[in-house]
Design a binder for this molecule. Structure first.
Ligand code: HC3
Length: 556
């Protein structure tokens, strides 16, 4: 009996450590195993732990898989949850208890590739939306969200690592039933429906996700295909993707749209990037308002404090996404040229840098200056606020080496899933200058003009690159904005689910009776023609049989 440590990776969570899980013997028989939970001393473990270890044993025909843990907590009756279902141990410091060891073993037998130190928290009956709704179970552990379905021998296993998840949101199935959950990774969207208690599942999911790190605290997609989620169906070729299909409970939801996000609206109004715009929102689509934890800086001038009608992650992506399309275009439109490559945000220092030439239109001083920019992300929390500071040095202007212009971008959540965007700046002097006043005045007017334009350009860009979703439920309550006309224009131009459904219904109502009437007319004409044809044939045959005189007589 081999009892070596099976762990390839580090411990999954603070409550189940590598030391806790001291032995594993695995079998690849794959056959269903009867499980039993044994409490008490066992000679099957070599650990020198306490004598009241909990041993969970999976019995198979061949070598069984045994996971034993030294941890043993005193058995306490639980008023709210069934003891057979849950361990007494809580998940981190949350209200949630770990699933019982028996369920944990079943979980690891279903998903064999997982880190064995990872503990199951709970599992739920639900259906995953694929070509059809796949009925199965969703498993939530400290490190993974998994789904297993076994329909008539067609086994589907999906494993999503918590740290690959970029967003989790409630979904309304078929736009009506509030019982769905959507999980987004960078490249995929997985939709689950038919939960018995969607909100309880959602709460645990989000708690586990946040404890595992929550939304990625990074800006850049350093790896283009960063999702490593294993979506494998035993009976189909290995594909890293499980495409998202329309979540259809009633079977009437066929649509030709390629944008799955359009298919089911979240519960509240928000904005999402169009699939082709090149930006992606790494934060949630919806959030309650937040307060940025930033201190005012001496001599800081607020250029604006405005609301942008888009989630925090959308606004941030447009302003600072690695592709720089918007950023660079904006500076180009403001007399910028000869840009160097923007370096990627360094994950260590959270900074990136670039330089460009800026034309100046002052009666004195140079006609242009080199701008050396270093941007630092001081805070990037999609659930709270984002703070970026850009420091621009202009060495070519008089006293250019004695100061730097600091521009602060502070983004937080506003009302109705919008972004509160506060732009401010201050000049940091590192040396003396006899034209300090002139520089400060010129910088202020230059910054003010740029800020006004930035606001306009940002709103325009977001309007172009996003669509409004989740507004169907409260369309009457949608607050009017300057962009409303364009939004509705887009809604009709885009292949949205609602538009498709409506069109189909209308077409059926009009063409149905017309088609029936037309068919009837064609049928009647056909019957008449057939009767006439038969009469003609009969007459001809009769005439053939008759003697010629008789025909003549008849003719007379
Ligand atoms: C060139 C500038 C300082 C830098 C200012 C920057 C480039 C700072 C970053 C912002 O994102 C955009 C921006 C807008 C205005 C820019 C200022 C305009 C004038 C100022 C010079 C230092 C003034 C020099 C004036 C004079 C008379 C000495 O030449």
């Amino acid at each position: 009996m081999s009892l070596q440590s099976p762990f390839k990776t580090g411990p999954a969570s603070p409550h189940t450590t590598r030391e806790d899980a001291n032995s594993v013997m695995s079998s690849d028989s794959g056959s269903a195993r009867r499980l039993r939970e044994v409490t008490g001393t066992s000679n099957q473990t070599t650990t020198s732990g306490p004598t009241d270890d909990t041993i969970v044993e999976a019995e198979g025909e061949k070598s069984p898989k045994v996971i034993s843990y030294r941890k043993k907590l005193p058995q306490q009756p639980s008023p709210d949850r069934d003891n057979a279902m849950y361990d007494e141990e809580h998940f981190a410091s949350t209200k949630y208890r770990l699933a019982s060891m028996r369920r944990n073993v079943e979980f690891h037998q279903t998903f064999k590739q997982l880190d064995l130190t990872d503990r199951l928290l709970d599992d739920y009956s639900c259906a995953m939306s694929r070509e059809i709704l796949l009925q199965g179970r969703l498993y939530i552990s400290g490190m993974y969200v998994c789904f297993n379905s076994n329909l008539l021998g067609w086994v589907t296993n999906l494993v999503i690592k918590m740290d690959e998840i970029v967003n989790i949101e409630r979904k309304s199935t078929a736009g009506l039933f509030p019982n769905g959950i959507a999980i987004d990774t960078e490249n995929n969207k997985y939709t689950f429906a038919s939960f018995i208690s969607r909100d309880a599942t959602f709460d645990l999911l989000v708690t586990a996700w946040h404890l595992a790190g929550g939304p990625p605290k990074r800006l850049i997609d350093t790896s283009s295909s960063s999702t490593e989620s294993a979506a494998t169906a035993n009976s189909e070729p290995k594909s890293p993707r499980i495409e998202n299909y329309l979540m259809s409970l009633d079977g009437d939801d066929n649509t030709t749209t390629s944008d799955e996000s359009m298919m089911s609206a979240p519960d509240t109004k928000t904005r999402k990037f169009n699939k082709t715009c090149g930006f992606s929102n790494h934060g949630p689509d919806t959030h309650a308002p937040t307060e940025p934890e930033v201190k005012p800086i001496d001599k800081e001038i607020v250029l604006f404090d405005e609301t942008i009608d888009a989630p925090l992650g959308v606004t941030f992506a447009v302003l600072f996404d690695q592709n720089n399309t918007f950023h660079r275009q904006f500076l180009e439109d403001h007399d910028g040229s000869e840009f160097t490559e923007y370096s990627a945000f360094d994950p260590e220092t959270n900074t990136r840098s670039y330089t460009y030439q800026k034309a100046l239109n002052y009666s004195i001083g140079p006609k242009s200056t080199r701008c050396e920019v270093v941007e630092t992300i001081y805070n990037l929390d999609y659930d709270s606020y984002i703070e970026v500071e850009s420091v621009t040095r202009t060495p070519d202007v008089p006293s250019g080496n004695s100061f730097a212009v600091h521009t602060r971008y502070i983004l937080s959540w506003g009302d109705d899933n919008s972004t509160d965007f506060r732009l401010s700046f201050y000049i940091k002097w590192t040396g003396s200058s006899w034209i300090k006043g002139m520089i400060e005045k010129s910088s202020l007017s230059g910054q003010q003009a740029a800020a006004d334009d930035l606001l306009k350009a940002l709103r325009k860009e977001i309007d172009q690159d996003t669509y409004v979703t989740g507004a169907a439920d409260d369309s009457g309550a949608t607050k009017p904005s300057a962009d409303t006309a364009k939004e509705s224009e887009k809604a009709t131009a885009q292949p949205s689910r609602h538009v498709t459904t409506t069109t189909t219904t209308v077409r059926h109502e009009l063409s149905g009776p017309l088609l029936a009437a037309l068919t009837l007319v064609v049928l009647m004409i056909t019957v008449l023609l057939v009767i006439e044809w038969q009469n003609y044939i009969m007459l001809r045959e009769t005439m053939k049989l008759m003697p010629t005189e008789k025909i003549l007589v008849m003719r007379e």
